[in-house]
Design a protein around this ligand. Structure first.
Ligand SMILES: Cc1cc2nc3c(=O)[nH]c(=O)nc-3n(C[C@H](O)[C@H](O)[C@H](O)COP(=O)(O)OP(=O)(O)OC[C@H]3O[C@@H](n4cnc5c(N)ncnc54)[C@H](O)[C@@H]3O)c2cc1C
Length: 548
């Protein structure tokens, strides 16, 4: 039987995860990537013996990764995840060792990180968040003992949200409104549709603790003041399965996924920007292939975009195949915030760092800062940042005697009209100056041997993200579940989407989930029984597509 051909636009983690799944389902898959290397947001910048992961650094839910690496011919892996009962209890406190499963270990070494985050408050005190309830209680007692009872209740309620929202319906595809109505009563009962920050405030009076238990959505582009409280599950996801790091950086995980995809016979073409998704209008609109920016055309039985959702529709699909109302809807969608990320290397000789691998450094304001970033769309006077120093865990990421770091500062997306050409350099200096002056990295400016940065311009022009969003469509209630872009296009047959913009959302575990949801839809549409074994495919099979 001739294999069906699939094209994926983009080699983000979602695109790669779907590529692996499509190969295991028996398709011949080719990924066209605009950049010269894989990963998308997880691209790696290597310079002067420093290795900087440009994007994701916090790895959660390692068994999702294991599931991908374990995929061979058996498409039955699209079934429900089989969670050991132990992980649903008090949480698995991981203190040491290797967190990669046996299949993952063949490709990349993943280890647990503790604490998960050190969260610094503006007065210099900090909270080491490590998922251990007893340690958490001790720290709460030190900050606000009156919040201990609230913590116990929060813990219980967040767990209920996690069990319903992640374990039970995490993989559910909300393709129609009735699928959504099915879970709505539970979400209402759990208060999971209230804004997260208001939800958290019910349990904690201390402003510090309100921040500790609500900041996580920022790491996937969500405004704690607006994301629905279903995101309280992030706290529980981290607590249950820990926070992990891929030795060699997230780039090593990406390389592992690429290797796995290629071993299953998939092909990736870099420096290959797709300029158009070709649509045939015989028997209704149907995606028939893609045309690259340099003009070459490729046919396929199905096309998947791992690129930005609004960009995919507005730029890659001819306007004659889009409804007028759809253009309005697309433009009205709220895009997530953007980021300034500063990558820097510094001398470590004689330096005593009291920082951890993951540090959240909160500024003097929280609610006001969120409003500046998400609503007023102005560059605030102060800032909060996530400072990542992976060389504390893996010294190979920096030359001997040095550290490699990045610091990420949430900023408004391009709807702000800010001129980053002018703003970026002084802003970067201000941030690095702050790290030095506040004693986080003493003498940083003297020790600095490398510095570069990206701004919303990078997200807009290099990653083709609408309004330079950092994380895709903003995770707000009216853009979640059924209301989030669907993984199967409703107006163009055989066109699918995968990645942070689609269901269930952004962040590396979610984009792996989105790959599974999209693969299931494709299997259904192409009459592939989920348990079918399709045989291994050779790179030759997929290469044949290139000759069409
Ligand atoms: C700085 C930063 C830090 C983050 N930290 C974390 C973290 O610690 N933990 C976490 O879980 N998540 C984190 N995230 C979020 C996470 O990185 C993303 O949700 C996830 O990587 C997105 O993957 P994706 O598959 O949706 O695609 P993307 O990574 O967005 O990749 C899409 C790909 O499509 C390509 N493309 C676009 N248009 C075209 C075209 N026309 N032709 C060809 N190719 C095209 C792009 O070049 C890109 O390679 C972070 C994000 C950023 C930006």
């Amino acid at each position: 039987m001739e294999r069906k051909k699939a094209i994926i636009i983009g080699s983000g983690i979602g695109g790669l995860a779907l590529g692996i799944r499509l190969q295991s389902l028996g398709f011949n898959t080719i990924i066209f990537e605009k950049l010269d290397a894989p990963g998308g947001r997880a691209y790696v910048r290597r310079i002067n013996s420093f290795t900087f992961d440009m994007g994701p650094t916090v790895i959660t839910v390692p068994h999702f990764i294991e599931e991908l690496f374990a995929l061979e011919r058996d498409a039955a892996a699209l079934g429900e995840p089989d969670y050991p009962a132990s992980v649903l209890g008090e949480g698995s406190r991981i203190t040491s060792g290797i967190s990669s499963g046996p299949a993952t270990s063949k490709y990349v070494k993943i280890i647990p990180i503790l604490p998960f985050y050190r969260i610094y408050f503006d007065d210099g005190t900090y909270f080491d968040y490590d998922g251990d309830p007893e340690h958490t209680r001790q720290q709460i007692s030190a900050i606000a003992p009156e919040d201990l009872t609230g913590y116990e209740q929060f813990h219980q309620d967040a767990k209920a949200i996690f069990e319903r929202g992640f374990i039970e319906v995490g993989y559910k595809y909300f393709g129609n409104i009735s699928s959504m109505l099915g879970i709505a009563p539970d979400l209402l009962r759990l208060n999971a549709i209230n804004p997260l920050f208001s939800f958290v405030k019910k349990y904690f009076k201390s402003h510090k603790l309100q921040q500790v238990f609500s900041f996580e959505p920022l790491l996937i582009g969500g405004n704690p003041l607006k994301v629905p409280a279903i995101y309280a599950m992030l706290h529980f996801v981290e607590k249950t399965w820990g926070i992990h790091f891929a030795m060699g950086g997230t780039g090593a995980l990406v390389q592992g996924l690429v290797r796995k995809f290629e071993e299953l016979g998939g092909v990736i073409r870099y420096n290959s920007e797709v300029a158009r998704i070709d649509v045939s209008s015989q028997n209704g609109r149907k995606a028939s292939g893609v045309t690259l920016a340099e003009g070459t055309q490729f046919n396929a039985d199905l096309v998947v975009s791992n690129g930005d959702y609004v960009n995919t529709y507005m730029k890659l699909i001819d306007s004659k195949y889009r409804f007028f109302q759809q253009d309005i809807r697309l433009k009205l969608m709220r895009q997530s915030m953007s980021l300034m990320v500063i990558y820097f290397g510094f001398r470590a000789d004689g330096l005593k760092l009291d920082l951890r691998h993951h540090n959240i450094i909160l500024g003097p304001s929280y609610e006001d800062l969120m409003r500046d970033i998400f609503d007023r769309k102005v560059l605030a006077k102060d800032f909060s940042q996530y400072l990542h120093i992976p060389s504390l865990t893996d010294p190979s990421l920096a030359p001997p005697g040095h550290h490699a770091a990045y610091t990420l500062i949430p900023v408004p997306n391009q709807a702000s009209g800010l001129d980053w050409e002018k703003l970026a350099e002084p802003f970067a200096d201000k941030v690095l100056g702050f790290l030095e002056e506040q004693g986080y990295i003493p003498d940083l400016r003297d020790r600095l041997v490398y510095k570069s940065f990206i701004t919303p311009d990078y997200f807009e022009s290099t990653l083709n993200s609408w309004l330079g969003n950092g994380f895709g469509v903003e995770p707000i209630l009216r853009q979640s579940a059924y209301f989030r872009p669907h993984n199967r296009s409703e107006d163009i047959k055989n066109l699918y989407l995968v990645g942070a913009n689609t269901q269930p959302g952004g962040g590396t575990p979610a984009v792996m989930m989105s790959a599974k949801i999209t693969a299931r839809l494709i299997a259904k549409d192409f009459d592939i029984p989920l348990a079918i074994v399709n045989g291994l495919h050779t790179p030759k099979d997929a290469e044949k597509m290139l000759q069409i």
